[in-house]
Design a protein around this ligand. Sequence first.
Ligand SMILES: C[S@@+](CC[C@H](N)C(=O)[O-])C[C@H]1O[C@@H](n2cnc3c(N)ncnc32)[C@H](O)[C@@H]1O
Length: 338
Amino acid sequence: MRRRRQRTGRIAAGLRRREFPGGKEFFVKRHEYHDSVLLGETVEALRPAEGGRIVDGTLGGGGHSEALLERGARVIGVDQDAEAIEYARERLAGWGDRFLAVRSNFAEVVPVLMGMGICAVDGVLLDLGVSSRQLDAAGRGFSFRQEGPLDMRMDARGSVTAADLVNEWGASELERIFREYGEEPHARRIAGAVVRARERGVLRTTLELAAVVEGVVPRTGRIHPATRVFQALRMAVNREMEVLENGLVNLMGLLKPGGRMAVITFHSLEDRMVKRYFSRITAETVDRPEWPEARRNPDWAAVRVTRKAVVAGVAETANNPRARSAKLRVVEKRREES
Ligand SMILES: C[S@@+](CC[C@H](N)C(=O)[O-])C[C@H]1O[C@@H](n2cnc3c(N)ncnc32)[C@H](O)[C@@H]1O
């Protein structure tokens, strides 16, 4: 009885129970909004200097920003989600003018910052995807486990929702995003089922769509059959690949020489994009078979800080399943003389 009361108290206090092989129990503090992934590794990699200015392009619940502030940096937190901005502003209010929240897409924030007189920064962080809060809020439509509108916009000012794609896109376009963004092996079958289902009536809710997917892809194992389809739709609604491509280039342009960019991805396509971009800008020379010798790379702009992607350790993945697919890559903007 006493043990049960103790446990209930811990859960109420926001502690998450974890059992490890060997039967030992651990209680870990959860953050109510979002558990920041690779927190220590990211802060170390960004090397925040006293008074140095860092753009956190994916502010979310403000966990990474808070850790950077604690290390002495000034932080500009950027998020396209009004709720994230409001939440983090309140959480980080105690930092006064060392913290500034800006509602914007990170791919478009550079001119906004320039308009505020911020033309160069010492660090940039991107922690991609959605926060736990966004996933858990049924009304945002990101979750196939809870009834909600098929929305999935991170920025409610955006004009396209998941319902628009599901009800208006042709079968081949749907198949393409399910396959490309969702890496869904049954992409064609699901796209066909969606088109047939909407002939019977508009698909409006998350559970309606999840049921259509479950109707053609039976449940196997622990992963819900709609997982990949929901991920693909989220990426398409928020144009995540296009935004990342532009964001990397634009934010690299904002970095001072010697400044660092850290990017955390959760999806193989995103990681590939970051890896390729970082490879392109860190190569001193380029060579082509038709050239007699290698030439200086016109895109050489940075040096590598991480050789391979940094991944979460056993303790972190045990406490936070989302950390399992996280990959952190970091580069440093080249100083002209190097
Ligand atoms: C994974 S969460 C970040 C969590 C945060 N690092 C923390 O410690 O709490 C991602 C956040 O980035 C925001 N986001 C994703 N893509 C964005 C973009 N292109 N521009 C601005 N914000 C974006 C989402 O709205 C979400 O709040």
